[in-house]
Design a protein around this ligand. Structure first.
Ligand SMILES: Cc1cc2nc3c(=O)[nH]c(=O)nc-3n(C[C@H](O)[C@H](O)[C@H](O)COP(=O)(O)OP(=O)(O)OC[C@H]3O[C@@H](n4cnc5c(N)ncnc54)[C@H](O)[C@@H]3O)c2cc1C
Length: 417
């Protein structure tokens, strides 16, 4: 591929939260930045569940990478699926295309983990990309449509049963949003079925939902969900996901729609470079986020973990990926300028948030714990603040306000798979 001659080549794989931050931190550095992604857009993953439940449309939470970087003259975008890295030749491989690098940043994020049961994916799609969200939306809306035309009451009940596997923030948010669709949005739209009869089950293997939050907030979230009509099943390990339902260690639930929100594993970037990885596949990096023995390669975000077992764990969340991206961008810029950054990466944790339906959220910031309406406002403002582009902030705020006031969800379109 053509490259600008003479200047160091910084190649970033992955235009997620971490990768975009590296590119932006290198905006003024005398390097050529190439950012490679398999998608043409950057996705705001925290709001994927709103696309999956028809509150927002895909373009509200995804922006073309080219358009975000259009004013950054030293950056170019390559849409390609990276398949490997030749560390000896220092090239990134994307099928037959080779992209040379002097500095390489691996920011390829994570993907669903079915704990060794990849065959469950068909029956239980997860939520990681815009495509996933559209597929989940399609399945949820189709289930109501099919139930409307079915005569057999048992089959109708099965079609109107929705199981969400995993009681972390995504599972809690999905369960609350589906309950809202069934209870409010669709309640007057059908003639033969009553959407309010839908059964929504949130299944969690551990003893409580939102296990990383303080127990008080977990209890609050569970009670709020139950008030919305969601059945919360804790201590319920899933042993099989099938087309006709979910098998638990303590029972079976017949259903048509299963949504997987139970686990993630890192992208295969560690294999590309032959680096040591932890059990989740994350590359073990040194204190400057460099790959040990390869000072020109960095790994950040969901695809990296600090190698030092004594280091405080860094959560797999957007602010962590952004902080790592900014740090590595500055480090590369300093190295190119001939100076040396000696400080190590230090993660700063700001807050934990999860929304529970349309007017409730749980928030923890240090010793401050917020619930209910106040928490929901805090959650909404935090998400709108992080959205890229004034237009998107405006559109998202407007859509939220509209669906809040009217209970309607504007993006209720069933698309082909
Ligand atoms: C449904 C959901 C809800 C979430 N909610 C929250 C939340 O409320 N708050 C929060 O802070 N965090 C949340 N997260 C987590 C947060 O989104 C991640 O921690 C963050 O996106 C990690 O950033 P990253 O840069 O490491 O990876 P990502 O943002 O995942 O970006 C990785 C990029 O790499 C690209 N890529 C991957 N493999 C290849 C390849 N082989 N070739 C080319 N490109 C490739 C992908 O297309 C993607 O654009 C949520 C995640 C999900 C899935």
């Amino acid at each position: 591929m053509d490259q600008t001659q003479g200047r160091p080549q910084a190649v970033i794989v992955g235009a997620g939260f971490g990768g975009m931050e590296v590119a932006s931190a290198l905006a003024r550095a005398p390097v050529d930045v190439t950012i490679i992604d398999r998608h043409n857009h950057h996705t705001f993953q925290p709001l994927l569940y709103q696309v999956a439940t028809a509150a927002l449309s895909a373009p509200d939470i995804a922006w073309p990478i080219r358009s975000i970087l259009r004013k950054q003259e030293n950056a170019r975008v390559v849409m390609a699926d990276v398949t490997g890295v030749d560390v000896a030749k220092r090239v990134v491989q994307a099928g037959p295309v080779e992209i040379p690098y002097d500095f390489l940043v691996l920011a390829t994020g994570a993907m669903h983990s079915y704990f060794g049961h990849d065959e469950w994916e068909d029956a239980a799609p997860g939520l990681k990309s815009i495509d996933d969200a559209l597929e989940v939306r399609r399945r949820i809306l189709l289930a109501f449509e099919r139930a409307e035309v079915v005569d057999n009451p048992a089959e109708r009940h099965r079609l109107l049963t929705f199981v969400i596997v995993g009681g972390g923030p995504t599972g809690v948010e999905m369960a609350g949003a589906i309950a809202e669709i069934a209870q409010h949005t669709l309640r007057s739209d059908f003639r033969r079925i009553d959407p309010r009869a839908a059964r929504i089950v949130l299944v969690e293997a551990g003893p409580r939902i939102l296990p990383t939050f303080p127990e008080r907030l977990s209890t609050y979230a569970q009670r709020s969900l139950e008030r919305m009509g969601v059945e919360v099943k804790t201590d319920s390990l899933v042993t099989e996901c099938r087309k006709d339902g979910v098998v638990l260690k303590n029972g079976r639930i017949g259903c048509d729609t299963i949504i997987w929100a139970a686990g993630v594993k890192a992208s295969p970037a560690a294999q590309w470079i032959g680096a040591e990885a932890d059990r989740a596949g994350r590359i073990k990096v040194g204190p400057q986020l460099e790959v040990p023995g390869r000072p020109e390669i960095f790994a950040i975000g969901d695809t990296a973990v600090l190698a030092d077992p004594a280091a405080l764990p860094i959560p797999g969340i957007a602010p962590a990926a952004k902080q790592m991206g900014k740090y590595v961008g500055r480090l590369i810029a300093a190295r190119v300028a001939g100076s040396k950054i000696t400080n190590y990466f230090a993660y700063r944790h700001f807050l934990d948030l999860a929304t529970v339906g349309r007017k409730s959220a749980v928030v923890r910031r240090g010793r401050l714990q917020l619930t209910g309406y106040l928490g929901w406002w805090f959650w909404g403002i935090a998400h709108i603040y992080f959205l890229i582009g004034v237009r998107n902030r405006f559109v998202v705020a407007l859509n939220w306000f509209w669906s809040y006031v009217t209970f309607q969800r504007g993006a209720r379109v069933i698309t082909e798979r």
